[in-house]
Design a protein around this ligand. Sequence first.
Ligand code: IMP
Ligand code: MG
Length: 174
Amino acid sequence: MRLSDEPIISREAIESRVAELAHNFASAHDGEPVVMVVVLKGAAMFACDLMRHLPLPVTVEYVHASSYTGTQSSGEVNLEALPPAVHVRGRHVLLVEDILDTGQTVSRLMAELDQLSPARITLCTLLDKPSRRVTNVSADYVGFVIPDRFVVGYGLDYEEQYRHLPAVYALEQE
Ligand code: IMP
Ligand code: MG
């Protein structure tokens, strides 16, 4: 596997889109406080950039989810460290994901978060691969819709590599 020579989404495009997403979210929500629930590890970089642009009272919780081995979703979602119920109950949750692929991770997570009785859950994902969806989940805020290619960078990994890259690249067969 090798990285595409050029990013498929540049650092500049990500920066301006993230600011725009934060602006769109904030203007739709009237200064109301939010609890960001960030899905680790992939959404960490996106969430940190997004929160810096939110002119609202924000608290942050992290949940660890994994389902991928190599470039294939195993279909089986592992969740760890859901936020304590007290941090979510009656609050507006902004769930932040790196990529919506089959949708299984987010469906599981939304069901679990729902048990903690939030006032509302809004889903924001940096990337969306709608062609791969097997569940009926859709995001309220999407950074970029991408075709069915395996991508890395800006938080996303292939076997834990490439998360640190500031742009999004496609991973191609040698
Ligand atoms: P889903 O449960 O199939 O929607 O998968 C979502 C998770 O799989 C994401 O949170 C990512 O961690 C991972 N994933 C899906 N597609 C890609 C990709 O193209 N590159 C890297 N990780 C991916
Ligand atoms: Mg992920």
